[in-house]
Design a protein around this ligand. Structure first.
Ligand SMILES: [Zn+2]
Length: 96
């Protein structure tokens, strides 16, 4: 299971696109989804994720990705979106 940082409260949660078990926030917009995709153990070490979480707790928003990174993650996100995984995910969330 993926470890990811909640884009809203900085809590380490499971699954980039799942609701945070701390604040219940779920990424909805493209920007929230991209930052959630980026802040996961697919791309960063646990220690880095923890400092990102700390940043969010202190500043109330996620650290800015540098433009090159953001381009990469945006492309990855488009792939994820095109695969239909997100539709399935949102569908099953609404069922439960
Ligand atoms: Zn949260």
């Amino acid at each position: 299971m993926t470890t990811a940082v909640c884009f809203q409260c900085g809590h380490l949660k499971f699954g980039s696109f799942l609701a945070c078990d701390e604040c219940q926030a779920k990424p909805r917009t493209d920007d929230e989804l991209i930052v959630s995709l980026a802040m996961s153990d697919h791309y960063f070490e646990k220690a880095t994720l923890e400092s990102m979480g700390q940043y969010i707790k202190e500043h109330g928003h996620p650290p800015q990705l540098d433009p090159e990174q953001e381009k990469v993650f945006r492309r990855k996100f488009e792939e994820v979106k095109a695969s239909g995984v997100l539709d399935k995910l949102f569908q099953s969330n609404e069922d439960s």
